[in-house]
Design a protein around this ligand. Sequence first.
Ligand code: GUN
Length: 302
Amino acid sequence: MSDEGKRIDGKLIAEDVVAIAKAHTEKLVATKGVVPGLAVIIVGEDPASQVYVASKGRKAKECGFHSVQHTLPADTSEADVLTQVQALNEDAAIHGILVQLPLPKHIDENKVIQTIAPEKDVDGFHYMNVGKLGTGDVSSAFVPCTPTGSMILIRRVLGDDLSGLNAVVIGRSNIVGKPMASLLLSANCTVTIAHSRTKDLEGLTRTADIVVAAVGRPEMVKGSWIKKGATVIDVGINRIDAPERGEGKTRLVGDVDYQDALDHAAHITPVPGGVGPMTIALLMGATITSACRHADFETPDF
Ligand code: GUN
């Protein structure tokens, strides 16, 4: 089945978000003389992390930000990472700090995250920001970028009123599942968080008007699990073997069997080109938002 009219084009919507961030940056610079600054710390040489960090840096420059990257060797001590974070906390030119995860095993990730100044925590992982989201105080919080981007995609296709819709979030991670559930709850959805111990996941998913899949299992969610007319947001990015493309070739798939789900869903995000581009766009969004808060300037709307 063709995905015409059903595919949610995350790439296009992300470009829109970046354009807003860029335009707002120009206003902030012109009015207050403040250039948004984003610092990314990466420890070690994980190739996937390096690719992500490089694209964050490129996008930041495209938005007109001051962008710095601190690349530390894999054997950097925890104390040295904490010192680096503290220096960025005190650096007035930096409004957003992101420590790329995962960190090497000898470093306590949580300790590093909780050292980031909450008002510069553009990832939204600090307890202060988690608490604000949990209590519905979203206006001064930072909310993790992937759920924020996913909500924008949902609102683009369903509009602003999500009242009373059944939402099933598959996955309970701190980065995606839990904050996603909080955002949907704030939008007056009836929310269920499902996970590996959930009974009858298939039947539960079939009750959902909105399905968010964030489990990291390739094509686990089948078309028959999707209610007719549902909106499906696929957060998964899984690399699988693709022998049909030649020996040793791979391809990216989501947590949802896309072709199968097309028969049932009214709206669905592809992988790649769905949620992925939104995550990085919303990191830019969080950075300009932070710079505006620091400069006492109106924040942008995405
Ligand atoms: N590694 C994978 N996803 C993320 C993310 O959203 N933030 C950070 N800091 N690291 C990640």
